[in-house]
Design a protein around this ligand. Structure first.
Ligand code: SF4
Length: 487
């Protein structure tokens, strides 16, 4: 049986109606109606808060992410990470059902804490909520306190928790809330007057590119700067396959995280994905506090490298200077293939600002910029980047819009390519343009999370991917007489 005959349509729609509507949704008239939409979101490019909280929890040694809420929600976060990293994402849920919704979820939480503590022997459990306990108003603070008072877990056991209501914010905000709670828990009573670890505490924010974490570590190693990554998911989601299953591979050591409060410098390279954490760090951590944009492209990487040099009083290593030269050379070589091209972008604020900088450096136009959970602050910062370059002229930022809005933009005001995550593939297909998968999640390509996007190497990686695709498209679509060896 062919695929066509296997599909049974519920209603028969005449072909002429299908053709008429297919043409209509590509019109300006439809775009106006689409942009007037208020009460429906279609294919939003963000996930819910608890998914972000789970990522933060995975970044610490021996930590078991614990979902207070529904089993189905927990499966969604785990399967999203499974599909993106193609690695296990061990986490537990207290599996609240109808009785929990009526009577509150404390019994579920306590029983699950006891089971998880006994069976999986984590060094820490990081508890966060799904929609259901938030809707019914479960008092997580009291539930956790009661669990300790009932000796379900020892008093001194680290049990950070965060309210992560999914009906506002996104995965980025959930990440931030969980991270600050973990740091508050681990550093409690650890601040020592006069002590300085001499280390950099680096906060990468919600970033599902394991290559980026390794790149940060490599750069710091080149400098000889001791560091603690808060939080490090690189070995957790990119662990070697050697026949042994490890439930907790990698992660930031809990002792290092605890001592991070006595650090020399604490730097966030994801100001939007760590806003709450960084505010708390500034009030509580020793040493200097620095917020920098995610180092995408040459200018932002220069800023990152020069700040490291200044803060740690170390010259920029020759190896990094050379690497910068390689990046500039690669950009010059590839410039002609990307210059003047228009792009549509969507994703998280920190990544989007990185894409914009990188594209403007290459003389490309970040034409449609869509941030489904962007703030006015983000809009101002993105606009300032656009205003600083002649290539930013005519580019537009869209807040609180989804990928169905993006589709309307692509078909009424076409661009050459799109940058984002797998969710945009439908719109890219309808618009017949390439989609460069640099964001999260990426379900339909392999190993992209291992390829760094930050730093000079990241700039080379991004422009190589983009320019080679444009060349490939030309090869595939040009007339025979223009099919050349040299491009
Ligand atoms: S939005 Fe709410 S119901 Fe849906 S997966 Fe997230 S927590 Fe669960």
């Amino acid at each position: 049986m062919s695929a066509e005959t296997a599909v049974k349509y519920v209603t028969e729609t005449p072909q002429e109606d299908i053709d008429r509507v297919s043409a209509w949704i590509n019109t300006e008239e439809y775009k106006e109606k689409n942009f007037a939409r208020q009460a429906l979101v279609i294919n939003p490019p963000h996930a819910c808060q608890p998914l972000g909280a789970e990522l933060a929890a995975h970044g610490f040694e021996g930590c078991l992410p614990f979902v207070h809420g529904s089993q189905g929600c927990a499966s969604y976060y785990r399967s999203t990470f499974n599909r993106h990293f193609r690695e296990p994402a061990p986490a537990v849920s207290d599996s609240m059902t109808e009785d929990g919704a009526v009577f509150g979820g404390q019994n579920n939480l306590h029983e699950a804490l006891e089971n998880a503590y006994t069976i999986y022997k984590p060094k820490m459990m990081a508890v966060f909520t799904s929609c259901m306990p938030e809707v019914i108003g479960d008092d997580l603070t009291a539930f956790i306190k009661n669990a300790k008072n009932k000796n379900i877990v020892p008093q001194e056991y680290p049990l950070p928790y965060a309210n992560t209501p999914s009906f506002n914010g996104s995965h980025v905000h959930g990440y931030d809330s969980m991270l600050v709670s973990i740091l508050q828990t681990l550093t409690e009573g650890k601040k020592i007057e006069g002590r300085c670890t001499g280390k950099l505490n680096l906060i990468p924010g919600f970033d599902c590119n394991t290559g980026n974490y390794r790149e940060y570590k490599r750069i710091l190693k080149e400098f000889g700067i001791p560091y603690t990554l808060l939080a490090d998911i690189s070995d957790v989601f990119d662990s070697p396959l050697d026949g042994t299953y490890r439930p907790y591979p990698g992660g930031t050591k809990l002792d290092d995280a605890a001592d991070s409060i006595n650090g020399k410098v604490t730097m966030t390279v994801a100001p939007y994905a760590s806003a709450k954490t960084f505010t708390w760090v500034k009030e509580n951590y020793s040493g200097k506090h620095v917020a920098l944009p995610t180092p995408f492209g040459v200018a932002k990487t220069d800023e990152f490298i020069l700040q490291l040099s200044r803060l740690f009083n170390k010259p920029v290593p020759e190896s990094l200077k050379e690497e910068r030269g390689h990046a500039v050379d690669a950009m010059t070589d590839a410039h002609q293939y990307i210059h003047g091209k228009k792009f549509a972008l969507y994703g998280d604020p920190d990544y989007l600002l990185g894409y914009i900088s990188f594209l403007l450096e290459m003389g490309a136009k970040p034409w449609h910029i869509l941030c489904s959970k962007g703030s006015k602050k983000f809009q101002k910062e993105a606009q300032a980047l656009l205003d600083a370059s002649p290539d930013g002229k005519g580019c537009t930022i869209y807040l609180s819009k989804d990928l169905w809005h993006m589709r309307s933009l692509l078909v009424t005001d076409p661009v050459d390519a799109m940058i984002g995550d797998t969710h945009g593939k439908f719109a890219a297909r309808d618009a017949n343009i390439p989609l460069f998968r640099f964001g999260f999640p990426i379900f339909d390509r392999v190993n992209l999370h291992r390829s760094p996007l930050i730093g000079y190497q990241g700039a080379i990686n991004m422009l190589t991917t983009i320019c080679n695709k444009f060349i490939e498209v030309r090869d595939e679509t040009c007339e025979d007489k223009y099919f050349e060896m040299m491009r």
